[in-house]
Design a protein around this ligand. Structure first.
Ligand code: HEM
Length: 211
């Protein structure tokens, strides 16, 4: 879980940073989207880098989801029978958030691909300009699209916060109080930077800061 999670962390950091190009204007953003497809040419074919990334992400997703399912099943088996009195301990609360939050993020990724990759949901904007396709779809008249994204970013923040902590624990990095404090802070910082950075784009389009 920790290693596939690290792949996702690298991806969301890079993706969020790339999205901020929207603030540099239409030409800059469209150039960036175009460059992603030409990256690595002529050693790689057109869109070669994109396809490598897609395969790596898909493999990471299979590993992450399989590991999550196994942990879920192991926890259920270890408990043996359902508690007579169910009391939410801190650990079960955060693990529940991870499971349902992770499931929500998976649904969001499906929505996101249907929205901005295949343009099945809310098609519009200039087909030649990824900038207009994205900014138009977050415009005030499509406020519900921004709401879906902002809710997903809240789920992403919680998942990253707890995931960073769990990964550090798995890798044996939380043995001293100072280490625990540092990893706790790292989880909050990562959640804030990634989810906050992503959220800036729909918010800016919704409030007309970019159009
Ligand atoms: C406000 C948040 C986000 C915005 C505005 C956004 C925007 C975009 C855009 C514009 C594309 C199309 C890029 C292109 O084809 O040139 C894209 C693709 C993609 N995004 Fe996001 N994204 C956001 C959040 C996320 C998150 C949180 C994840 C993962 C958890 C994610 C995963 C992906 C994936 C997997 C693709 C498809 C890449 C491909 O195979 O072509 N995105 N996103």
């Amino acid at each position: 879980m920790a290693l596939s999670g690290l792949i996702f962390i690298g991806y969301v950091l890079a993706h969020m940073y790339g999205n901020l190009k929207v603030f540099a204007g239409q030409d800059s953003f469209d150039e960036y989207a175009h460059h992603l497809r030409e990256f690595g040419e002529p050693i790689l074919p057109y869109e070669g880098f994109l396809w490598i990334m897609r395969v790596v992400l898909l493999l990471a997703l299979v590993v992450h989801a399989t590991a999550a399912y196994k942990l879920w099943a192991r926890a259920a088996a270890a408990r043996g029978q359902k508690y007579v009195v169910k009391k939410a301990a801190v650990a079960t609360l955060s693990s529940r958030t991870m499971r349902w939050g992770g499931t929500a993020l998976l649904l969001f990724v499906v929505f996101h691909l249907l929205h901005l990759t295949t343009h099945t949901i809310n098609p519009g904007g200039d087909p030649e300009s990824p900038y207009t396709r994205m900014v138009d779809s977050f415009a005030p008249e499509n406020w519900w699209v921004s709401v879906v994204y902002l809710l997903a970013m809240a789920a992403l923040a919680m998942h990253l916060r707890h995931g960073t902590w769990s990964a550090a624990q798995t890798l044996g990095l939380t043995n001293t109080p100072a280490q625990r404090h540092a990893w706790n802070l790292a989880g909050y910082a990562l959640a804030l930077v990634v989810a906050g950075g992503f959220a800036l784009v729909p918010l800016a389009a919704l409030f007309g800061i970019v159009d």
